[in-house]
Design a protein around this ligand. Sequence first.
Ligand SMILES: Nc1ncnc2c1ncn2[C@@H]1O[C@H](COP(=O)(O)OP(=O)(O)OP(=O)(O)O)[C@@H](O)[C@H]1O
Length: 327
Amino acid sequence: MSLLQVSNLVVEFPHRHGTLRALDDISFDIAPGEILGVVGESGAGKSLTGAAIIGLLEPPGRVAGGEIRLEGQRIDNLGHEAMRHIRGRKIGAIFQDPLTSLNPLYTIGRQLVETIRTHLPVNEREARRRAIALLEDTGIPGAAQRIDHYPHQFSGGMRQRVVIALALAAEPKLIVADEPTTALDVSIQAQIIQLLKGICKERGAAVMLITHDMGVIAETCDRVAVMYAGRIAEIGPVQEVIHQPAHPYTSGLMASIPDMTVDRERLNQIDGAMPRLNAIPSGCAFNPRCPRVFDRCRIDRPDLMNAGATRAACWLHEAAPAYGEVA
Ligand SMILES: Nc1ncnc2c1ncn2[C@@H]1O[C@H](COP(=O)(O)OP(=O)(O)OP(=O)(O)O)[C@@H](O)[C@H]1O
């Protein structure tokens, strides 16, 4: 059974001329222990998808359709308190800026111990032992002493390690990590991603990893969902999506992976920009930028369909009617 099931999710914001649909009919699932990457240009809807799952959509944004299930239980319609419990115990969250997850007024030990004791039936002493072990596992040197330090006493990279420890403290089944290394020095980004991958795989925690970096996806994820203008353009196993992309948008993103041997500034940009939410083109939202556009793409909106080893929302992959079948 899937750990997480997102079905036909719609997120809307009120707007002076009605509503803006920011996520439109998003469906995917995550298996236990799986790392799913979510990639796409800025504004594609990656963070909103993560926020809807962890119950932190900022009002007036709201889930206006579809449902989200964790271990079969519906979580998109839970009250504030019930969701807060799920968020600590079953879903851990890691954001771009470690300081949004840490309270500057408390030592990291106090924050870890409190999280552990809120969600797991252990005493103070055992919680502290676990907290130190977690800090050791996340690569904090001298964890037994560092546990009594405050967040500002850590470097950015060390702080994000603490946040990873905090996200894992209550042994959740799923971690939602939204651009977890974007705010960090480039030289330590890869270390933190590798740490996240290693520690989650070890513990059997699934990860939804949101990033705009296809290179990170390639190195880290089992499967990837490519988002464009509030919808999933393509989803499939990472190697297949990378080596045989079925959606022209994915091909464009792939070409933007840094390659030292070519002048990518010139060669590998996708022409044009993603449409604003109030000006999504009819048909396929990518059609004005698509090098393979044809008439139907401007009229009918494609849903995800089988496209070789992946699923893509692209009319190029519409199954030809079988011989003898009326088209
Ligand atoms: N509070 C809001 N009110 C109106 N529109 C919003 C609000 N929050 C987000 N949006 C819109 O929803 C869309 C998706 O935003 P989201 O933050 O999920 O994108 P993203 O793919 O995570 O981008 P980035 O990589 O820049 O974080 C964007 O067009 C954004 O402008």
